[in-house]
Design a protein around this ligand. Structure first.
Ligand SMILES: *Cc1c(COP(=O)(O)O)cnc(C)c1O
Length: 446
């Protein structure tokens, strides 16, 4: 890995150090309290699997800035492409005078996303914006208004995407009223779903289909939106066959399936997209996060006749598909292909699962281990057969890891899921060292 950031954990001060603390005081005085920081260390440089803070601490990164820096935070090809593009031009607005990079990203998305049908894409700035636009497209194409989302879903923080998101605190609390014609259906959540695991996929599908039929009516539904593996809701992996069953039901009823692959996309799960594991081809797919090596970019990609149903001028935005972000995306996707980051994600899964299973044998508070590729999690419970969520332990483990130079993230509707999203540019040595710290966190909190 050609990076200027030394690939070694190093603690120069307590975490956070004095410079970070001083910056945090300035933050409190200048930045809205509504914008939280999970770990208040201020970063100066980052790359490979290491973040370097302003006090000279070198931290192991198990978060990738929430699944964004999949290729690393200073991936050489991305750095070069961005430098070149900034020198050429920074912006023209694609809706005014277009440029090749935007078109090239859309061509690449057509090749990489599931299915070999004719596709079109439109580019935006954030995941939430992509989700909003996917819903706009689905409504125009179907002439219907209702959208069905799932329990534990996360789709963003704008008004429509808050309505689609399930969890109240902190995402929705006090921010209503929310956009209308959004309906919630039960999710297939194997760990917390009672019954025979073999039959779970069919049972979960029946619960979903029965509820949508009774409470919405299939003929009113424009789209079902689903994260193939739920992200913020707790890295929930539905049982095999469930997503395919939902996709089939959508087809039977003229309903579009929107796969929100904003967190799962671009090699994160060991395939280009999480839908690939199930052989599911969605009508529309939303992408963002890992797409551009840290630059803000998002996309809606879908069947040509669906995407082209929108009137000219109906989609767009001042910055959508900014040339610098597009240049970064092309370089990030090239890196994923050339460096075989799908293979790297699968290798990371293997390394993690071995260690996590050993941990689960020692600590019965680990109720479930799940995920795919470099998108893995443990669900923490009270232990000894008691599956009551344990958010207190989750927070304590997180705190321990942070204090010991490991950047970790939690998630889950019940705040009891500890998740792992390392950059795919991280070394095995740093992964093992990070897992050692996690094990020490369990010992310290046993
Ligand atoms: C992060 C995320 C979003 C929102 O993306 P933003 O870029 O933060 O607006 C939407 N859906 C999923 C699945 C996400 O993980």
């Amino acid at each position: 890995m050609a990076t200027t950031v030394e690939q070694r954990r190093h603690l120069a001060t307590a975490i956070p150090g004095p410079r970070s603390q001083a910056l945090q005081s300035r933050k409190l005085a200048a930045v809205s309290a509504g914008v939280g920081t999970g770990m208040p260390v201020y970063v100066e440089r980052a790359g490979g699997g290491i973040l370097v803070d302003v006090d000279g601490n070198q931290l192991i990164d198990f978060g990738s800035g929430i699944a964004v820096t999949t290729v690393g935070a200073s991936a050489p090809r991305v750095v070069e492409a961005v430098k070149r593009q900034v020198e050429d031009f920074t912006h023209t607005c694609f809706m005014v005078t277009p440029y090749e990079e935007y078109v090239a990203v859309c061509e690449k998305l057509a090749l990489l996303t599931p299915g070999d049908h004719k596709k079109r894409s439109a580019l935006f700035n954030s995941g939430a914006e992509a989700v909003e636009n996917a819903v706009k497209v689905a409504r125009v194409f179907t002439g219907r208004t209702a959208v069905v989302a799932f329990d534990h879903a996360y789709h963003g923080r704008t008004n429509l995407t808050m309505a689609l998101t399930a969890k109240s605190m902190p995402y929705k609390h006090g921010f209503g009223p929310f956009a209308g014609e959004v309906y919630r259906a039960p999710m297939a959540y194997p760990y917390r779903w009672t019954g025979d695991r073999e039959r779970t996929a069919e049972e979960a599908f029946e619960a979903f289909a029965t509820q949508v039929h009774a409470q919405v009516g299939e003929q009113n539904v424009a789209a079902v939106i689903i994260e193939p593996i739920q992200g913020e809701g707790g890295f929930i992996v539905p049982p095999a066959g469930w997503l395919r069953r939902v996709a089939q039901w959508c087809r039977e009823h003229g309903i579009l399936l929107i796969a929100d692959e904003i967190q799962t996309g671009f090699c994160r799960t060991g395939e280009w997209f999480a839908c690939d594991h199930e052989g599911v081809v969605p009508d529309l797919i939303t992408t963002a996060k890992g797409i551009a090596g840290g630059l803000p970019l998002a996309a809606v990609t879908g069947r040509a006749e669906v995407m082209d149903a929108v009137h000219a001028g109906g989609l767009g935005g001042t910055y959508g598909g900014n040339p610098i972000a597009c240049a970064a995306a092309l370089a990030a996707m090239e890196t994923m292909e050339v460096d075989d980051l799908r293979g790297r994600a699968r290798a990371i899964e293997k390394l993690f699962l071995g260690r996590l299973q050993q941990l689960a044998e020692k600590f019965d508070v680990i109720g479930d281990i799940r995920g795919r590729g470099a998108m893995l999690a443990i669900e923490l419970v009270k232990g000894r057969g008691d599956t009551t969520p344990n958010p207190e332990l989750t927070a304590a483990l997180n705190k321990y890891c942070h204090a010991h130079g490991l950047v970790t993230l939690t998630c889950g509707t019940y705040g009891n899921v500890f998740r792992f999203l390392p950059p795919l540019s991280i070394s095995d040595e740093l992964l093992s060292e990070g897992l050692d710290i996690l094990e020490q966190a369990f010992v310290a909190n046993a």
